[in-house]
Design a protein around this ligand. Structure first.
Ligand code: ZN
Length: 287
C-alpha cells in the first residue's frame, strides 16, 4: 500500500465537502493554495459559475479531476424517462468539457424521489430493472465521448430516495451484465461511507479488479450518525478502518486518488482553510 504519511499528493477533494464556503472558482483557488492536485466537482457547482468558466479555472490551476458528480437518477415514470436520459447525456457532455476521467453514477431509488413528479411506486424490483436499462442506454452515448461510468453503490438507507444499488456486489453484477468483456467503460466508485459494513466487501473488491475500480471516496461513519445525509464524519472521527479498505483496493492495482467527500453541517460551518488543513492532516494519518 502506498505511504500517504509524508505528503498529500494523492488527496482529491470532492467539492461538496466545502460547498457552503465558496463557489467552485473559490474552491479551486483554495485547493491550489493548499497543494491539492485533484477535485471532483458537482454539476450544480459547475452550473453556478458556468461550464466554460469552470473548465478554465480548473485548467488554469493545473488541477486534475477524479470524477464528475453526478449522473444517474435514472428511475422515473414513463413520462419522465426522456428527461432523465437527456439530463444524463448533458452530464456526459459536461464531463467531457471538464476533462473528467469518469462520471459517478448515483442511480436513483423509487421514481417519485429520483425524478420528482413521477407517479409514486413501491416497486424496487422494477426500479432496479430500470437502472440496468438506463445505464445500458447511457453507455451508448458515453462510449461515443469515451467517458467511463462509475456506479456508486449507496448504503441501503438510501434505497428509497437516492440509489437502489446498495452493495458492491450488486454494482459489479450490473457491470458484468452490461460490460461482460471489461472494455473499461463501466466500473464502480467505492465510497467507504456506503460500503464499510458489508461482509462481502473484500471479496467483491477482489472481484472488481483494477479496471472496474474507478474511484475511491473517503470520509467516516460517526456513532451515532444523527443525519444519514449530512452528518458524515471527517476521516479518523468515526469507526471505519479506512486504511484496510484502501489496502484492499490498492492490492488490486488501484493507484489513483483518495477522494475526500464529506457532507456535514459541522464541517460546512467552518472556514474553508480550516477544513482543508484538517483534510490534509487526516489524509496523512488515517487514510
Ligand atoms: Zn461518494
Amino acid at each position: 500500500m502506498r505511504d500517504f504519511s509524508n505528503d498529500h499528493r494523492w488527496l482529491s477533494l470532492n467539492t461538496a465537502t466545502v460547498r457552503k464556503q465558496g463557489d467552485l472558482a473559490q474552491i479551486v483557488d483554495a485547493c491550489a493554495k493548499h497543494g491539492i492536485r485533484a477535485i471532483d466537482p458537482w454539476r450544480d457547482q459547475v452550473a453556478t459559475i458556468g461550464l466554460d468558466r469552470a473548465a478554465k479555472v480548473i485548467k488554469d490551476a493545473g488541477i486534475e479531476l477524479t470524477g464528475y458528480c453526478r449522473g444517474g437518477m435514472f428511475t422515473a415514470d414513463e413520462s419522465h424517462r426522456n428527461e432523465a436520459r437527456d439530463d444524463n447525456r448533458r452530464c456526459v457532455d459536461e464531463a467531457k468539457a471538464l476533462g473528467a476521467p469518469c462520471i459517478v453514477l448515483v442511480v436513483g431509488g423509487l421514481p417519485q424521489y429520483s425524478r420528482p413528479g413521477s407517479a409514486p411506486s413501491k416497486n424496487i424490483v422494477n426500479a432496479r430493472a430500470q437502472v440496468d436499462d438506463a445505464i445500458a442506454e447511457m453507455m451508448e452515448y458515453a462510449k461515443q465521448a469515451n467517458m467511463p461510468l462509475a456506479i456508486e453503490p449507496l448504503h441501503p438507507a438510501y434505497a428509497a430516495d437516492r440509489a437502489c444499488v446498495n452493495t458492491t456486489e450488486q454494482a459489479l453484477d450490473i457491470c458484468d451484465r452490461l460490460d461482460p468483456n471489461r472494455l473499461g467503460m463501466l466500473g464502480v466508485a467505492l465510497d467507504v461511507y456506503h460500503i464499510w459494513w458489508d461482509p462481502e466487501l473484500l471479496p467483491q473488491i477482489a472481484r472488481a479488479g483494477k479496471d472496474r475500480l474507478m474511484a475511491f471516496h473517503v470520509c467516516d461513519w460517526l456513532v451515532p450518525t444523527k443525519d444519514i445525509l449530512n452528518d458524515r464524519g471527517m476521516m479518523g472521527d468515526g469507526v471505519i478502518d479506512i486504511k484496510s479498505v484502501r489496502s484492499a483496493v490498492e492490492a488490486q492495482g488501484f493507484a489513483g486518488y483518495s477522494e475526500i467527500e464529506i457532507f456535514s453541517q459541522n464541517w460546512w460551518d467552518r472556514p474553508m482553510d480550516e477544513v482543508l488543513q484538517v483534510c490534509i492532516e487526516r489524509h496523512k494519518t488515517v487514510v
